[in-house]
Design a protein around this ligand. Sequence first.
Ligand SMILES: *Cc1c(COP(=O)(O)O)cnc(C)c1O
Length: 399
Amino acid sequence: MAKSQFTKPFTQQEPIPQKGIDDAVELLATGRLHRYNTIAGETAAAAVLEREYADYMGQRYSLACASGGYALHIALKAAGIRPGDPVLSNAFTLAPVPGAIDNAGGKPVLVEIDENYCVDLAHLETRMRQTGARFFMLSHMRGHIADMDAVVNLCKRHGVTLIEDCAHTMGARWNGRRSGSFGHVACFSTQTYKHLNSGEGGLLTTDDDEIMARAIIYSGSYMLYARHGTLPAPEHFAQVRLQTPNYSGRMDNLRATILLAQLPGLEKNCARWNERYQALESRLAQCRQIQLPRRPEAEFYVGSSLQFRVEALQPDQITGFIDANTARGVELKWFGGAEPHGFTSRYDSWQYIEERQHLPKTLAVLATTFDLRIPLTFSVEDMDIIGDIIADEATAAVG
Ligand SMILES: *Cc1c(COP(=O)(O)O)cnc(C)c1O
């Protein structure tokens, strides 16, 4: 019998909703793309987006930025990082996270993950004690949310400022509370592969007046900050406005317009991702060669990607397994490779981090971990085909 084949591309997103296209065309006709280029009585789309996203998050403030990585950078700056400060971060993340720490003048201190892809809380506390770090940039990598009550407690006990990287948890919750509302600041990405798509873009949210005032000035607001969609009282700007450099990283009205049209559909899309995730998960769960992460009940995740392990695979079988899946149209990413590949890199490839760090637990987990995107252009039925192929190849590889 011929082997089944999957033919849809793993990187194809859905089109921008028609309203977003129409509104974008209308905006283009005005020429007023810069967020501070408005006429009398007009509120810039970037400011409207800030108001709406803050409301969506249940936070007081939101800031529209040029990218998620940029938001992470100014979040650290606005939270008061000083040159050379150690910044904790889970080792399983994407390169923009240590990049933002470096850009803010900090030194990444990497923390182990557990077999469910969440930060290892015992190691986190050890590293807090050892380094005296005042910042923890927690990356909810691939949408896996650690026990946030425990994380917040640990941070409180050690006087650590928590910054959440929610690039993969926009729309997700822990115990009913939105991911991104646990720390002092949270950052989101609206880059094409995330949960909202404006090509590039980022959103920062916080409840903190001082952090917000500084973040707005850092973002390149000149003395036009009063035009922002969510704004701390004037006294918070009195000093900050002259003492904070302009790191120019604003979002423009075109991207904001595209995002405003997508925001009302976000919750529904999260449910669509989960429908697909759960279909694939239940198919893979039937294959005894495959190990899936345990997802706690308190975690309302957004299943825009799925991670699994084939623990019985030997190092020399990994590429064969990936190639066999690729040959049948299933694109798997491997975070265990010593050589960075595509968007994927293992922490030890970030060689600009001065202090060499060895994280055996993380390496062991990643060694047999595979990752796949679940774009909404895939149907629920597609997930069965993909699941069959992966289970087939896992069985063929390790028997
Ligand atoms: C995409 C991403 C970022 C950064 O977002 P950009 O908008 O691409 O700068 C940060 N963290 C993680 C985990 C990401 O996947």
